[in-house]
Design a protein around this ligand. Sequence first.
Ligand SMILES: [Zn+2]
Ligand SMILES: [Zn+2]
Length: 141
Amino acid sequence: MEPDGDQIDALLRLRGVRVTQARRSVFELLSGSALPLSAARIDEMLGNAGRSIDLVTIYRTLETLERCGLITRADRFNEGWRYMVISREHHHMIVCSECGSASPLDVCDLNRIEQSLERTTGFTNIRHSLQFYGICAGCRR
Ligand SMILES: [Zn+2]
Ligand SMILES: [Zn+2]
């Protein structure tokens, strides 16, 4: 479920970020997008929605949101880094390296590896990030 405006404001405040129109708009856009988005794409989408923000502010906003752990860099494409919201549900993405389409996967089998790493390395709170790349069915044709 996508967070509404109030939830987004609350999320930002929870991370110690002052709520601004730019931060709210950018985060809202990323929350509602199934695909990772680049700054250029965000610029374009906000423009289409009549909520233009200048590109420099978009870059700065992305930096802020990334620093406070709300979004992350998903991958790098022609137009640069693409960002996505860090979701609380854990899932990995499979990304087409031709067209950039991304789909979430609902399998993650790495808990066992994390548990054995806890035993062998003494680390606790082990997390992981993992992304798969390939050629999607549409591009293969
Ligand atoms: Zn593709
Ligand atoms: Zn996983």
